[in-house]
Ligand binder design. Structure first.
Ligand SMILES: [Zn+2]
Length: 307
């Protein structure tokens, strides 16, 4: 039976839960609180440090920047950055509705992976809601390219990710991971894979105002001599696992997908471009599980394609 045919119900968390950490790029200390939300309300960030506590919907329409991380901006100008690892954990638990309150501009990096967020959501508890889940079923392949890099979505019975990377660094080289993403594979194969960067880029990133909170506690740092983290890697191919994690988080900006993602060196920019191209091609997908008239992040995104 396909994902779409299961007519799964929407999910939120049972009770509020939070954590505190430092933003990877801004270096700001941020408290994050996850709260249950009603059916059909979607995934919503709330900037509680800003006057009027503006909301920022997590959907493809609000993506404003994909330089090094995925940044969302509301119509009123409120932003939240580095949403992708938290989004991946929400995707893995199948959460459709949640309020994510922050007192700063960036989701805390925690250890650079999605492990803390996956754990927090599990501690909060997952509850089903009285509304069917909307799943975006891929009907025919859609691909975007940028030089040697590409990203595509193809028809598939479940949700799978096939990611490959090729870096000139000896510590990385060519890596590929193909995995069916579900509640078992995500915590064991993907959630713990940390973000990574190159020692030679640190100065230029900081000059651009990025990676200010980055350290060996929340990122794998690679130099010509190899991995600088004293504890080493969590998997020999931790790098491609992290890229797969990023793709899962970015793709969840369109809600749950029934399809197979294939990334060849793809990152946030191509993932967002892929979703925009997909949603603009009305013959490439259908929404299964609910009435299209209902408001949701996915329907907002679909309307963007129709403009
Ligand atoms: Zn990442």
């Amino acid at each position: 039976m396909s994902l779409a045919e299961k007519h799964i119900r929407q999910r939120t968390i049972r009770s509020a839960i939070g954590c505190v950490g430092v933003g990877l790029h801004t270096g700001a200390r941020v408290a994050l609180t996850l709260r249950p939300a009603s059916a059909d309300s979607g995934i919503r960030f709330v900037r509680e440090d800003r006057p009027g506590s503006p909301h920022i919907e997590a959907c493809i329409e609000t993506v404003a920047d994909t330089t090094r991380c995925t940044l969302l901006r509301s119509p009123c100008g409120a932003t939240v950055s580095t949403v992708e690892h938290l989004m991946a954990a929400l995707a893995a638990w199948g959460i459709d509705n949640i309020e994510i309150a922050l007192d700063g501009p960036e989701v805390p990096a925690m250890d650079g992976s999605a492990r803390s967020f996956f754990f927090l959501l599990g501690c909060a508890g997952i509850v089903e809601q009285d509304a069917p889940r909307r799943v975006l079923e891929i009907l025919h392949p859609v691909t975007v390219q940028h030089g040697e890099r590409s990203a595509s979505l193809r028809p598939h019975q479940g949700f799978a990710v096939d990611m490959s990377i090729d870096f000139a660094h000896a510590a990385i080289g060519r890596q590929r991971l193909a995995v069916e993403v579900d509640g078992e594979s995500f915590p064991s194969e993907l959630a713990g894979a940390r973000t990574f960067g190159f020692a030679e880029d640190v100065d230029s990133l900081r000059a651009q105002g990025l990676a200010r909170g980055g350290s060996l506690d929340n990122a794998v740092v690679v130099s010509e001599r190899g991995v600088l983290n004293p504890e080493g890697l969590r998997w020999p191919d931790e790098f491609v696992r992290h890229k797969a994690l990023d793709a899962i988080g970015d793709l969840f900006l369109a809600g749950p997908i029934q399809g197979r993602f294939v990334g060849r060196g793809s990152g946030h920019m191509l993932h967002v471009k892929l979703l925009r191209r997909l949603l603009a091609d009305r013959s490439a997908w259908r929404v299964v599980g609910a009435d299209l008239e209902q408001p949701s992040a996915l329907v907002h995104a679909a309307q963007l394609g129709a403009d």
